[in-house]
Write a protein that binds this ligand. Sequence first.
Ligand code: NDP
Ligand code: OXD
Length: 308
Amino acid sequence: MAIVLISTNKNFLELKEHIQGLDSNIQVDIWPRITSKQAVRMSVCWNIPEHTLTSYPNLQLIQSYGAGVSKLLEDCSIPSHIPIARMSLDSLATDMLEYIEWALMDIRHNGLFYRANQLEGYWECKDTVRRKALKVGIMGLGNIGQHVSVSLAKQGYTILGWSRSKKDLPNVNCYEQEELYTFTRQCNVVVCLLPSTIETKGLLDLELFKSMPKPSFIINAGRGAQLVDEDLIYALDTQQLQGAYLDVFNEEPLNHDHHFWSRKEIMISPHIAAQTRVSDAASLIVDNYHRISSGMPAQFLIDRKKGY
Ligand code: NDP
Ligand code: OXD
């Protein structure tokens, strides 16, 4: 029985060492060097080329190396009977919280404004925004969104939350799917922590921006496909939105001639908001491997119909 680690942009050598450090009996291959395709029971995948998973006759589990699984679901060559598990780690939630805290602090201290002024050598003061004045709406209340919203509420932010099914979280005013605009109308910061699905594609559009009080901010650390790029530019041009913090993009890496690069109201980070930590990932992978080896279902299986 073996695990194969497959990625076009991650070096999985360290992951292999961690997995074997936890269980030296597990055979671990790093794609494309496979000892025996027959022996492979589990694949760990991040940015894999299409059709890579078609020739493993005994594959029982596809484990995403990230929380997002949309790329795997888009690959029609992956047999639909093989379960897919996502990465669901406390460290992804705590790291994401730090990224959102940093963006909120930057909003409160007018970071976009002062960095733009520095480039022009221009001195102008603006009032710092009090924590209570920000009404922060979190879209997506799963493993990550719940931790982020509850923690920010504890810090004194006014927090609203929105998800497909209504949640009940301490000091978070929660809304369900049909109440999207009731939710956004109250938020001067919207934070997107949603998975990429058919339903969430293009959700961050002009209609949503217009529903928010003027001016406001968005933070997108979910997936790039959730944002309509041209609508963001228009919303910034018309001062409907004051700024945007973007960690994920329709195309990654972001093309060097994309308009976002030149906009002083946009803060760009290269999909680093919460990065899977190798040691935590290895523990989950080994646990899931042991589960499937003893006939138990793996943890954190996704629902293909919902798309997450
Ligand atoms: P979960 O699956 O735990 O949570 C997803 C949440 O989104 C759930 O609350 C779900 O609602 C909600 N949701 C899904 N579809 C809809 C919809 N159509 N309308 C309203 N709510 C919806 O995922 P995680 O919290 O683990 O991760 C979320 C996403 O964050 C990932 O899929 C990935 O895209 C992104 N991510 C980004 C990272 C980065 O570095 N930028 C790092 C890690 C993750 P319900 O609870 O009702 O099911
Ligand atoms: C993830 C990500 O899905 O890194 O984990 O975006």
